[in-house]
Each structure stands twice: as structure tokens, then as C-alpha cells.
Ligand binder design. Structure first.
Ligand SMILES: [Mn+2]
Length: 481
């Protein structure tokens, strides 16, 4: 059946049937068989994790939460979620952009083989409509519908618009689909989307396992790059990127975000993804911000290493060590009941002290705090919720204070929340120029700042789960560099 679908298109049918009979059938079936057996094994035996039952429990929990929404919005007949699998093309070119799945779809299932539609109705078993694959230019993604067999009522359709979607409903998807007897209710969009985002803040046992596994998958990449870099090898950012992908068994597109590989001054660029080809052999810093994926969930890990023994190198290394101590303290403070913004504020207070301890300024602590100098060196937020999106949703229902404008987590920490804790300390040219123009700029040790600028900056980032018993550092469980 699946083989028929894979090659079942009209114009080439005779040719393909012939090929099929002579040559392909055996190989394809063999490949499918091997693939299926391996997949089943990895899904059921991977680190003794029972993925199927974890996922079933997750879907049941999610169904209860959606049922609650249907009771609240009693005039709503259905919620329709499009997978948005279809990749997009630039209208003037025939090259596809990598496709990103609708996060609310991934919340229900990691199914990814062909375009699909989830239709939810209050109190009923979730329905999954899967579009037949017909293109002979591109093959379908590998089958992974094992996830859906018990949790969903599955129907295969020629086109997703054939799905019997009826009544007044709420449609979620990047690509607008028209259904004959369906009336969308866009006026509900903001309130329903807010509620759905809220459902993603607290992670189920299945989701925690996905993020743990994504973290474990990223760890070998960090270990490999630490070794290559600290061994003194002459390497470029591009060499390191390729090594990271190889060590984590990923392509650039399957990684949850653009891996940041920054040597020296480039570490001051918060999202540096240019991958310089120039090899560097000297005293240098490496900032690596790179994760991995598991079932559509992300890990997000950053490390900063420094090699060499020069005076400035040693000074920079001392800041790296102090930052790591502070980072571990902040992870310990990720406790249920606390406001995440308080951790961010605490980090700034500590950085004001850093500026004194590392002789970056002759001003007093009070002067440094009052003039907010730490924001020059630490301009981003302490961290963010982590899940299907690397910067996950549901934790910024209230805006942060103005001076914390980039903070993405203003929530009260609750059990089941997973967030990153990622303090950073950078020498960013544009921000330093602004500081130089301020009155407090006169107190800064500009020659030292100039020397340290060669190392760019530092960020250390772990993924942390909040539990009633205290924080669990998911990253340090499997990574010790
Ligand atoms: Mn992050």
C-alpha cells in the first residue's frame, strides 16, 4: 500500500511498474523493513524509554485540556491544526525553503511524513487526516505514523481540503485551506492562541523526556568541539560547524536553530552564524551555542572555552570561570515559586560586582548599579522557556520592566517548567561606544576592555527543569565540559 502510494502517479506508471517488478520491489521493501524495525526498536528501547506509552499519556492529557477549552467556548465545533509541512518556494526561484512544522501540531504528534491535518472536537477521539504523497520529484519524509496509531482516528485523503471539516471552528496553520462547510472564527484567535500557548509552558512527562533526549544528543557535539579546540588545533568556525553536525548526527536544517560557532571577536555577535573559513591557531576563545532535536523538541546549550596562556587570555579565563560559578548559582535558584525576572535582576547585580572585581571600572558599586553599566556587558535576557520552539511560548504573559526589555520569561516558576539559564558577558563594540559617551564611561578601564575585546564574549547556558524537589540541570546530567 505504501509502496503503491510512493510511485502511484499516472504518467510514469508503466515504466515504474516495470522497474518496480524487476528491481525496486525487493530493495525498497527490504529498506522499508529495515527502517521500520530499527525505528520500532529505537522508539521502544532507546535508553529503556517507552516512547509510545509516554506519548499516549501526553495525548490523553492534552485532550483533557482541549476538552476544557471546548466547554469554555461552547459555540466552537472544532479546532483544526494544519501541519504546514508543505515547503515554501520563493516565487521567482524553484528552490524550497526548509519547512517548519506548526508548533501546535507538534504538540500533539511528531508525525512528519506528508502534509496532515488534526481535527479536534470536544469529547471525541482526535482525528488525523494524512495527505497521499504523489510528487515524483520529492519523496515523502520517512514514515513515522506509529505515534498516531492508537491516539488518533487516521484517514488518508487525496487532498487535505477533502477532510470533512464542518461547522464553526478555529483554524491554525501557516497555509490557508478552504473547507466547504467550515466557518472560521478569527475573532477568537487571540484568546484561543493565548490559551494554547499557556498549555505549552508546563511540560508533560513525554515532553521532559524529549528535551532530555535532545540534550543528550547535543552533548557529543560539545565534547568533540571542546577537544578539538582545547588541543590547540588550527581550525575555522566552518570546520567546527561541520564537526558539530557530524558528532550530533544532524544536518543544519534538522538542528533546532542556527548553530552559533564564534571564534574570538565574533563571540561578541550574539547570533553569529556566518562560519568564517579562516583557520585560527592562536590564543583564542570559542563560543558554541548549539542544540539538537528530539520529536520536534529542542535543546539549547552554550559553552565558552579559551585556550592559550597570555596575560589577556588569563584575565579572560578568570571571567569565564567566575561566570560559570555564577551560572551554576542561578541554576540552583531556579526554584518553584520564584519570579524568573528576579533571577535576571540578581544576575545584573552580580555583574556590577564583576566589573569591579575584574578592574573594568574604578567607580563604586552604587555608581555602577545606578548607571546600569551591567547592561552594556549583558544586554540579553537571562533565559527563556524551552520546548517545541527554542524560544518557547507561554512565559511572557506580562511585559518585563523596561530595562529588561529582552527578557522572554516573566513567569512565576512552576513545577514542569523548562527554561534556559544563560548569563552572558560580552565586549560589544557598539554598546561600548555608547558607554564611552556616558559620564560613567570616564571610570572605565578602556585599555583592558580593548584587550579583552579580542575574545568577544562569554555565554554559558544550561537547560533546567523545575520540580517540587528543586531544579534539575538536564544539561549537566549528560555534559561535563
Ligand atoms: Mn538560549
Amino acid at each position: 500500500m505504501k509502496l503503491d502510494l510512493a510511485i502511484g502517479f499516472a504518467s510514469h506508471v508503466i515504466y515504474l511498474e516495470l522497474l518496480n517488478k524487476i528491481y525496486l520491489t525487493g530493495i525498497v521493501l527490504q529498506l522499508m523493513g529495515v527502517d521500520y524495525e530499527q525505528r520500532k526498536k529505537s522508539m521502544t528501547n532507546n535508553q529503556h524509554i517507552s516512547w509510545i506509552s509516554l506519548h499516549e499519556n501526553h495525548v490523553n492529557q492534552l485532550k483533557t485540556q482541549y476538552d476544557h477549552l471546548f466547554r469554555k467556548y461552547s459555540d466552537l465545533d472544532c479546532i483544526v491544526i494544519h501541519s504546514c509541512f508543505s515547503p515554501k518556494k520563493n516565487s521567482l526561484d524553484d528552490q524550497y525553503w526548509p519547512s517548519a512544522q506548526t508548533p501546535m501540531f507538534t504538540h500533539w504528534t511528531p508525525y512528519k511524513a506528508t502534509p496532515a491535518l488534526i481535527v479536534l472536537k470536544g469529547g471525541e477521539k482526535p482525528e488525523l487526516y494524512i495527505e497521499q504523497h504523489t510528487s515524483f520529484w520529492e519523496g515523502p519524509a520517512p514514515e513515522n505514523d506509529d505515534w498516531c496509531k492508537t491516539c488518533f482516528k487516521i484517514t488518508e485523503v487525496k487532498s487535505l481540503t477533502d477532510a470533512p471539516v464542518r461547522g464553526r471552528g478555529f483554524y491554525i496553520g501557516d497555509e490557508a485551506l478552504e473547507f466547504a462547510n467550515f466557518k472560521n472564527a478569527p475573532e477568537l484567535s487571540e484568546s484561543i492562541l493565548n490559551e494554547l500557548n499557556q498549555l505549552r509552558m508546563v511540560k508533560s512527562e513525554y515532553e521532559v523526556q524529549c528535551i532530555k533526549t535532545a540534550t543528550a544528543r547535543a552533548a557529543p557535539g560539545h565534547v568533540a568541539l571542546n577537544k578539538i579546540f582545547m588541543d590547540g588545533t588550527s581550525v575555522s568556525e566552518f570546520d567546527l560547524l561541520l564537526e558539530y553536525l557530524r558528532a550530533t548526527n544532524q544536518t543544519e536544517n534538522s538542528a533546532p536553530y542556527g548553530n552559533i560557532v564564534a571564534l574570538g571577536t565574533n563571540a561578541a555577535i550574539l547570533h553569529h552564524v556566518h562560519y568564517d573559513r579562516k583557520k585560527v591557531a592562536s590564543d583564542c576563545s570559542l563560543l558554541l551555542d548549539a542544540g539538537a532535536d528530539c520529536n520536534g523538541y529542542a535543546s539549547d546549550i552554550t559553552r565558552t572555552w579559551v585556550r592559550g596562556s597570555g596575560r589577556a587570555t588569563q584575565k579572560f579565563r578568570a571571567i569565564v570561570d567566575a561566570l560559570e560559578k555564577l551560572q551554576l548559582k542561578l541554576v540552583e535558584a531556579f526554584e518553584c515559586g520564584k519570579m524568573y525576572q528576579d533571577l535576571h535582576d540578581h544576575c545584573h547585580a552580580e555583574f556590577a560586582q564583576f566589573i569591579i572585581d575584574f578592574e573594568l571600572s574604578t567607580a563604586s558599586l552604587d555608581e555602577l548599579v545606578a548607571s546600569k553599566v551591567s547592561r552594556t556587558f549583558f544586554p540579553h535576557g537571562l533565559g527563556h522557556s524551552l520546548g517545541i520552539q527554542v524560544h518557547d511560548v507561554g512565559t511572557r504573559l506580562i511585559a518585563p520592566r523596561g530595562e529588561n526589555q529582552y527578557l522572554r520569561n516573566t513567569s512565576r516558576i512552576v513545577p514542569g517548567q523548562i527554561a534556559t539559564v544563560e548569563p552572558g558577558f560580552y565586549f560589544i563594540k557598539t554598546l561600548l561606544e555608547q558607554l564611552r559617551a556616558e559620564k560613567i564611561g570616564d571610570s572605565m578601564n578602556w585599555p583592558l576592555i580593548q584587550e579583552l575585546s579580542a575574545f568577544g564574549g562569554i555565554r554559558i547556558e544550561d537547560n533546567v527543569l523545575a520540580t517540587e524537589q528543586g531544579p534539575v540541570n538536564l544539561t549537566r546530567q549528560c555534559l561535563n565540559v
